[in-house]
Design a protein around this ligand. Structure first.
Ligand code: GTP
Ligand code: MG
Length: 553
């Protein structure tokens, strides 16, 4: 598998010259770089080693003002080539670049003590001793001169020895753009190191943030066309239809739908200094201003000014004026509420344990496979939560009015998926215990007292549920707003009304009142009820029988 090696080291220590001596390519191509004799932007060159290993070299600038460019260059590399001027020894950016490499988790590489043509043996030995202290643990140290060529073969051998294949994730395609330019006859070209997946001719990708669909017309690896490039390779993609200004360093090209963009990252912190609340977060080739909210001793939530595409276990570098620390991404799209407890669970991979009440399963998909969790209709939740819900609904059912022993279902979006798991019965809009029937319960006496009072004169009934229940059982008829008459009285009034209407065709309120021998108010309440029942229809001050088939008229 292809590997990328990135240079590191203080300004003017000889990185670019060494890369040219190794690869034959001068990567300082900008006019200002040639004028000023320093590197400003990232440079790229292929390096073929004698044993057949193919490396891609990313040359970074050493100037302290361009450390952010160095981070962008270092973010996709597998190996480092730390260059130290044998005469000067380690200087501030030697240390800062080294810290960045360590925070990015790049622990394999070689130290080149360079410009040895310009130092005596004693100075060289001092430089070697210092380098050993810088990176204890057996990182190879090779003395070279780009000018005379001394040590270059040894350096190639040392690089080949550290260039062992890395376990690349099998994750979907992801590339962070480091350069965008226009080529005559080809159009917009974007380059970057392919972090994962592969990219081939004709592939559809998304440019994030923004989600613009792009189609890859052709792929090159170090100026050579390939049908498909693999993770770890430096690739150049021709993107027809994309304007140059539509893409920039920091953007991600990803497999459609595979990664979410996010304004927040939960990270496990590694602080080198006090972390200020406003920091630059370097991730991929992007550099974004953020607010760092410390959570407990080990964690922080980074709230970004612009959204990014990240994945679990990515590394970020935090910089203010200088590099203040780094972070390991534990959740690339966390909930807004930052909790140390949740972060600890996510960090240790206990994703299911972070879930209690229902959350959408897709909101956790980016954290890996979920096991040991309840799921229904795209929601995941803990079995403890389901038990709590069951107990809560049980309590509400127990407290429900025996006259209508149902409860309204929970209003939350998960209800439709989760409630069916509870074995309740749905009747209309309410939930009931299976087979439960309405009953009077403690109101049997009240019902008896009410029934004893009922007749043709409407009686005020304060207990509306009781009135509805007794009416359903045919034991009274409700009239007006909160009144009732006995079922027998209702029938009597109805027969009288129908007989009159069949004989006369129409009836006025006064006539009906006289027929029943009741007051005007009672007659009116009854007539309104007959209207509501669809028996009669009002025309002016009179009523007629509603003809069959015109009930809805
Ligand atoms: N004598 C001698 N001079 C060297 C050697 N390598 C580089 N130089 C000189 O050192 C100076 C800086 O070299 P660069 O390769 O530009 O240094 P750099 O590390 O790339 O610098 P930045 O990219 O700006 O950080 C140049 O003047 C080189 O000619 C060497 O092996 N011997
Ligand atoms: Mg340089």
């Amino acid at each position: 598998m292809p590997l990328t090696v990135g240079t590191a080291g203080h300004i003017d220590h000889g990185k670019t010259t060494l890369v040219e001596a190794l690869t034959g390519k001068n990567t300082d191509r900008l006019p200002q770089e040639q004028e000023r004799g320093i590197s400003i932007d990232l440079g790229y060159a292929p390096l073929a080693l004698p044993d057949g290993t193919q490396l891609s070299v990313v040359d970074v600038p050493g100037h302290e003002r361009f450390v952010r460019t160095m981070v962008a260059g270092a973010s996709g590399i597998d190996l480092f080539l730390l260059v130290i001027d044998a005469n000067e020894g380690a200087r501030p950016q030697t240390h800062e670049h080294l810290a960045i490499l360590r925070l990015l988790g790049i622990d394999r590489g070689v130290i080149a003590l360079t410009k040895i043509d310009a130092v005596d043996d004693e100075t060289l030995e001092l430089a070697r001793a210092e380098a050993e202290e810088l990176l204890p643990g057996g990182v190879p140290i090779v003395a070279v001169s780009a000018r005379t060529g001394a040590g270059l073969d040894e350096l190639r051998t040392a690089l080949a020895a550290v260039a062992v294949e890395r376990d690349r994730s099998q994750a979907p395609t992801r590339l962070y753009v480091d350069r965008v330019f226009t080529l005559h006859g080809i159009g917009t070209v974007a380059t970057g190191t392919l972090w994962s997946g592969s990219i081939g001719e004709g592939d559809e990708l998304r440019a994030e943030p923004g989600g613009r669909a792009v189609r890859v017309r052709s792929v090159q690896v170090h100026d050579r066309p390939v049908a498909r490039a693999d993770a770890g390779q430096r690739v150049a993609l021709a993107l027809p239809g994309v304007e140059r200004h539509e893409l920039r360093r920091g953007d991600a090209l990803v497999a459609p739908g595979a990664y979410a963009t996010s304004y927040r990252l939960d990270v496990a912190l590694e602080a080198l200094a006090e972390i200020p609340s406003r920091v630059h977060v370097h991730h991929g080739t992007a550099n974004i201003l953020a607010r760092a909210v410390r959570v407990g001793d080990h964690y922080a939530q980074l709230r970004l000014a612009e959204p990014i595409v990240a994945a679990r276990c990515d590394r970020v570098i935090l910089r203010a004026d200088t590099t203040v620390g780094g972070g390991l991404v534990i959740d690339p799209s966390p909930p807004r509420h930052a909790s140390a407890e949740r972060m600890a669970l996510v960090e240790s991979g206990e994703i299911a344990a972070t879930v209690h009440e229902p959350v959408r399963e897709e909101s956790l998909a980016h954290l890996g496979e979920l096991t040991g969790i309840e799921r229904a209709g795209g929601w995941v939740f803990s079995s403890a939560w389901l038990d709590e819900l069951r107990a809560e609904l049980d309590t509400r059912l127990a407290r429900a009015d025996p006259l209508d022993p149902g409860i309204s279902p929970p209003p939350e979006a998960w209800a439709a998926a989760v409630v069916p798991l509870l074995g309740l019965e749905r009747r209309g809009a309410k939930l009931y215990r299976p087979g439960v029937i309405a009953e009077l319960g403690g109101r049997a006496d009240a019902a008896a007292r009410l029934e004893a009072e009922l007749g043709l004169e409407p009686v005020k009934v304060d207990d509306a549920a009781l009135a509805r229940f007794l009416e359903e059982q045919g034991r009274l008829v409700r009239v007006g707003d909160g009144f009732a008459v006995s079922a027998a009285a209702y029938e009597q009034a109805r027969s009288a009304l129908v007989a009159e209407l069949e004989a006369e065709g129409r009836i006025a309120l006064a006539r009906f009142r006289d027929l029943l021998g009741v007051g005007r108010k009672t007659a009116q309440l009854l007539l309104e009820r007959f209207d509501a029942d669809g028996l009669t229809r009002r025309i002016g001050d009179e009523r007629v029988l509603r003809r069959r088939g015109t009930l809805q008229a």
